[in-house]
Design a protein. Structure first.
Length: 288
């Protein structure tokens, strides 16, 4: 059983075929929105999204005290998206919107609307794209891309749901990381940080400085620990446990889901893991 009380087979029975780029949100049940938990002041409390291997997308709202609620189907057609990640700004002011990448183009799709906006072509130069939230104190959440040379670039989010020109935040060596995530402050200084896992399984936190100057956005990294290559996926949805601190969610190769509650201290940023899903999460090839 999944943590939400659905077997993997039952979860996969939901969904309808919807070609991209489009926004299937209009058919979504409003139960998910009305049941959204509220976090304490601090990190945002965001839902968890999961994509199946056949391209269907599911939404899991947070319980508010750790874990997620029952799955809500958002339809299909997402199999061709090479990247999917959440955007804070929402057309109409409700729920979450998404960024998705198809081939060379990055799209921004409204959650409870029908518009899909193009954020430009040329995004194929990045082999990894994600949003760490608001790292540099601008109007909205930012987007990070890693290029083939291993350099890291940040696009500052604007209140108009557009992105500012990129600035470099890492000169090289980032190809040694196979996960980039983070949604909030993990070190207790009030600034959003970036989490990275190396190909050898070491987890790092790169503290955000709040500085929007090129090559000055990230501070010296802090080692969290080794052995993190035992997890298939690592993702942050901000504060999942309701204490205002940013947490980390992980799925292992057996399909179990785990919550690492954030402590807000750089020396020991996560409490011991708590299992929030017993099985079934192996059916998903993307969590975000």
């Amino acid at each position: 059983m999944c943590a939400v009380g659905l077997t993997a087979a039952a979860a996969l029975a939901f969904g309808t075929a919807t070609a991209l780029p489009s926004a299937p949100w209009a058919t979504e049940s409003t139960a998910a929105a009305s049941g959204t938990a509220t976090a304490a002041t601090g990190a945002p409390m965001l839902p968890l999204y999961a994509r199946t291997t056949d391209g269907r997308l599911f939404l899991y709202e947070p319980k508010g005290t750790g874990g997620v609620k029952a799955a809500v189907s958002l339809g299909g057609g997402y199999g061709d998206a090479t990247t999917l990640f959440q955007a804070r700004f929402s057309e109409g002011g409700t729920g979450r919107d998404l960024f998705l990448q198809l081939d060379r183009t990055l799209y921004y799709t409204a959650e409870r609307g029908t518009d899909t906006k193009i954020h430009g072509t040329g995004w194929h130069i990045y082999n990894l794209t994600m949003s760490p939230g608001n790292m540099v104190g601008t109007a909205d959440e930012d987007v990070i891309g890693r290029d083939a040379a291993g350099a890291l670039w940040l696009y500052q989010g604007r209140s108009t749901a557009t992105l500012a020109p990129r600035i470099r935040i890492g000169t090289g060596g980032w190809n040694g990381m196979n996960v980039l995530t983070g949604r909030g402050d993990y070190t207790g200084d009030g600034k959003a940080d970036l989490i990275a896992r190396s190909t050898t399984g070491t987890l790092y936190i790169y503290p955000g400085t709040g500085n929007a100057t090129a090559d000055a956005v990230l501070g010296a990294r802090v080692t969290v620990g080794t052995g993190w290559d035992g997890y298939k996926a690592l993702v942050s949805t901000g504060d999942n446990s309701g204490d205002g601190k940013a947490d980390l969610i992980a799925s292992d190769t057996a399909g179990a889901l785990w919550l690492f509650k954030g402590t807000g201290t750089a020396s020991a940023p996560f409490a011991p893991r708590v299992q929030i899903g017993t099985s079934g999460w192996a059916a998903f090839n993307t969590l975000f």
